[in-house]
Write a protein of this length. Structure first.
Length: 147
């Protein structure tokens, strides 16, 4: 095990797995591969089933394919559709399963947060974000969606 991974695992202590983490499918839509990989490691370590996409179009395709319970979604994405567009689409089309959405973005102005929540996001985190906060939000939303 390399040193970086050992540091990451130390920073994100394993939480007890429960019926929600064991079955929850999470899609990470983030164009920065390093951050996507870090979020993946955090969530996989807690027992979630993780899928990845690097832009909103690929994310939408993955939603159709894997039917995630939750998306960790960046706003500023390459291509014709951004994260807010994808969030609105997910929250207004019941055929897509109405997954929970956590926006994780560098846009932290009040109007950006308002726009994210108006698009239907269940939570909004500004980069750089507190990793434990992300884990808490994911756990809460996965438990909520299971009821």
């Amino acid at each position: 095990m390399n040193r970086t991974l050992m540091k990451v695992l130390f920073l994100f202590p394993r939480q007890a797995k429960n019926k929600y983490t064991m079955s929850a499918r999470i899609l990470i839509v983030e164009d920065h591969a390093d951050l996507r990989h870090l979020i993946r490691m955090m969530l996989e370590f807690d027992g979630y089933e993780i899928y990845e996409a690097s832009d909103a179009s690929e994310g939408l395709e993955m939603v159709h394919r894997v039917r995630p319970h939750l998306l960790v979604l960046d706003i500023m994405l390459p291509g014709g559709m951004n994260g807010l567009d994808l969030c609105r689409l997910l929250k207004t089309n019941p055929a897509l399963g109405l997954p929970a959405v956590v926006l994780v973005t560098a846009r932290g102005k009040p109007r950006d947060i308002e726009a994210g929540l108006a698009a239907g996001a269940d939570a909004y985190l500004v980069k750089p974000f507190n990793s434990m906060k992300l884990l808490e939000i994911v756990k809460r939303l996965c438990e909520k969606s299971a009821h």
